[in-house]
Design a protein around this ligand. Structure first.
Ligand code: AVI
Length: 319
């Protein structure tokens, strides 16, 4: 899962994106990448999701950060370079930055140039003495860091929000392994991991009563229509959130209400009545299952902070 740049893609990039979408639509079940969620409206809807009563994730992670950021900062220690993957608004990061002792630099990494520089500018106002080094990159791919960050004695990757859950096991392992390589033997990874819980709680969190998540899901089709000239009928899909026990994940689907033919890139794609289009999955871990995953990437769990109801965890990993 990676966020897609909000600006219109150039012609050849557009062909690649069209082919990616067509490939997904040829799978069984049909799939559409979650990168399509995040145009301007999608990012706005996601911010709204984070405030919903059913979506416990953001609130709970913030609660953990409020309660334990002091201790996290102690683990991180002085003079660290803090590198945040998918930094967004850097909201939770402030709770850490407020407590870090003489950080060498803060390096937000985000694919959306606009959001990256807006957030970095806002931070610079509030932290005038902090060296902020924004890096515009897709963190799921290799990206360059300035030499002085690569050479920093203590490098910490911060990856809040439970975004790791949006990757399948192989991708999650590969991403964790890249984080391990980036921080080196003296570094650490501080990561937000959502925990397994009653599926009814999860299904509500991903299918809220106000319908914001449903709109967020449908908006992915709107985004594809606009950017790639497709003609999905936005009114002909229902939003569905479903817990898949054997994968330990909640999935978001769009279910077609009718037989329809979608035109995209000169091709026709048939979608049957009742057919599902999977748009996202969000894996939920137990402490043990995440421990095992981290170990396969060469990382050991050193410390786990949780809320009192054990809904969510922030974990410190070391190579
Ligand atoms: C970005 N990610 C961690 C969110 C999640 O909970 O998996 C995306 C999301 N999808 C629906 N609601 C929120």
């Amino acid at each position: 899962m990676a966020k897609h740049p909000s600006t219109a893609p150039a012609k050849s990039a557009q062909d690649t994106l069209t082919n990616d979408v067509l490939d997904g639509l040829k799978k069984e079940p049909k799939e559409l990448s979650p990168v399509w969620f995040y145009d301007e409206l999608g990012s706005f809807l996601f911010d709204n999701i984070c405030e919903l009563p059913e979506y416990y994730i953001t609130r709970t992670e913030l609660q953990i950060m409020h309660g334990h950021a002091n201790e996290m900062a102690q683990y991180i220690g002085p003079d660290a370079a803090l590198i945040e993957f998918g930094s967004g608004t850097s909201l939770k990061t402030r709770l850490l930055l407020d407590r870090l002792e003489s950080p060498l630099a803060y390096v937000p990494v985000d694919i959306s140039r606009e959001h990256l520089f807006a957030a970095a500018g806002a931070l610079a106002k509030d932290y005038p003495h902090l060296h902020i080094v924004p890096v515009c990159a897709d963190f799921t791919q290799n990206f360059e860091l300035p030499n002085f960050i690569r050479a920093a004695e203590r490098r910490i990757v911060y990856f809040p929000g439970s975004t790791l859950g949006n990757f399948d096991r192989a991708q999650a392992r590969a991403l964790l392994a890249r984080m391990r390589d980036l921080v080196g033997k003296n570094g650490a990874v501080l990561i937000g991991i959502d925990l397994r819980k009653d599926p009814r709680v999860l299904e509500r969190a991903y299918d809220d009563a106000a319908g914001v998540t449903a709109e967020f899901n449908i908006n992915a089709l709107r985004h594809v229509n606009r950017e790639l000239g497709a003609d999905f009928d936005l009114d002909a899909f229902d939003h569905l959130a479903v817990w898949v026990e054997n994968e330990s994940r909640i999935e978001m689907h769009l279910v077609s209400r009718k037989d329809q033919t979608v035109h995209l890139g000169g091709e026709k794609v048939r979608i049957g009545r009742g057919e599902h289009l999977r748009t996202e999955y969000c894996h939920k871990y137990t402490l043990e299952s995440f421990n095992e995953l981290a170990a396969t990437a060469g990382l050991a769990v050193k410390r786990v902070w949780m809320d009192p109801n054990k809904q969510f965890s922030v974990q410190l990993l070391e190579p």
